[in-house]
Ligand binder design. Structure first.
Ligand SMILES: [Zn+2]
Length: 216
């Protein structure tokens, strides 16, 4: 059990902490590490992980707006661990990328994570949490973009991102919150995201997505 005063403080600071994560994850998605090297990026992801873990406890015994919040946190925790592994694998094979991230897959992963963390809200039954509503709308636009992208045109990287996104895009059946009830679906088709830029080398990436192709 979490102490009442700890819980109250966590609820009070919830939006500020969440929005702080969004700012940092957005920077990472633009390739800016803020001077962090791989271990520090992983430490930062750990910090988000532990915060999400704490967030799964803060609604205990209090009124809940929807029932998906804790499940969304748990789902994100699993994916953050996987993304943290990808950071280590992708960046450690590219020593020259230690202070900026240039890998388009990794940048995209951080962008996806940012909108999902940003859409977490304690006010699921209203539009009161405006930042979360904006993130939730971004999530739905991103989902729509994936629906419009043809599977058969996926390369290895896009297929990997599609699989990660499918797990990030999370709704709970029977949850009455606005996100689970599709309140934020786009009203017009979103502009497609640009194609992934060519990679300088192809070999290093394959190690993160499959264990099969080692023939070179
Ligand atoms: Zn919900």
């Amino acid at each position: 059990m979490m102490q009442a005063d700890v819980k109250a403080a966590a609820i009070e600071n919830f939006q500020e902490n969440r929005d702080g994560f969004v700012v940092e994850l957005n920077k990472l998605s633009e390739g800016q590490t803020g001077g962090r090297w791989v271990p520090q990026i992983q430490t930062y992801l750990r910090k988000i992980f532990y915060t999400l873990s704490m967030w799964t406890l803060i609604r205990e015994g209090s009124e809940k707006e929807g029932n998906c919040f804790e499940e969304r946190c748990n789902n994100l925790m699993v994916l953050i661990e996987e993304i943290s592994d990808s950071v280590r694998v992708i960046l450690s094979t590219n020593a020259d990328l230690m202070t900026t991230i240039e890998d388009p897959v990794l940048m995209k992963l951080f962008g996806m994570l940012s909108m999902q963390v940003g859409s977490l809200t304690l006010h699921g039954l209203s539009d009161e949490d405006t930042e979360a509503v904006e993130s939730a709308k971004m999530v739905e636009r991103e989902q729509r973009r994936w629906e419009l992208k043809l599977f058969e045109e996926d390369d290895e990287r896009r297929n990997y991102l599609r699989m990660i996104w499918a797990r990030l895009y999370y709704k709970v059946h029977d949850c009455p919150c606005r996100q689970c009830c599709d309140f934020y679906l786009p009203t017009e088709e979103p502009t497609p995201s640009p194609p992934l830029p060519d990679l300088p080398e192809e070999e290093y990436y394959s190690s993160t997505t499959s264990s099969s192709s080692e023939e070179d």
